[in-house]
Design a protein around this ligand. Structure first.
Ligand code: FE2
Ligand code: FE2
Length: 158
């Protein structure tokens, strides 16, 4: 999904992975968890609503790679959420942010990106946005109240 939100997320992952000395570890963990939750919501709404709507409209390869990239990120996200005080937190967050950056580029690249191809194929991205936003609000509510369960893998075996 287009996404101001995904850019914001990669921007916020940066200070989280840098400044390891200056940031207190509790703050850093809290920030990492907050970002992980947002990424989980983002991945869920794309996998439930956005990606299925592109099925048959853009190349299977492109869509399949996106699912694999999501699962790769979710592995790290689940690990970050499950590990307590972890000396590898910085490294995990850094790698996660690199993965997300790559993924966002593949979704949003001007001509070759998923969105560009979807638009070309006549997918109504504006109509989808409302659906995505509604589901996002629902999931953010769950995240705030009982908390989200670990992210489910769609294609990777774990
Ligand atoms: Fe996205
Ligand atoms: Fe995505």
């Amino acid at each position: 999904m287009p996404l101001r939100s995904s850019r914001t997320i990669t921007a916020r992952l940066k200070p989280c992975s840098r400044n390891s000395r200056s940031a207190r570890s509790g703050t850093k963990r809290a920030l990492a968890e907050q970002i992980c939750n947002e990424l989980k919501v983002h991945a869920t709404i794309e996998e439930e609503i956005f990606y299925p709507s592109l099925s048959g409209k853009i190349e299977d390869d492109t869509l399949n790679e996106a699912y694999v990239e999501h699962d790769g990120a979710k592995l790290l996200i689940n690990d970050i959420m499950a590990s307590g005080d972890d000396e590898m937190l910085d490294a995990k967050v850094k790698v996660l942010s690199e993965e997300i950056k790559h993924h966002v580029k593949e979704e949003e690249a001007r001509q070759e990106g998923m969105f560009a191809r979807a638009r070309e194929a006549g997918v109504d991205l504006t109509a989808l946005r409302d659906q995505l936003m509604m589901r996002k609000q629902e999931l953010m509510k769950v995240a705030k109240s009982e908390g989200l369960p670990p992210a489910e893998m769609r294609v990777l075996q774990t």
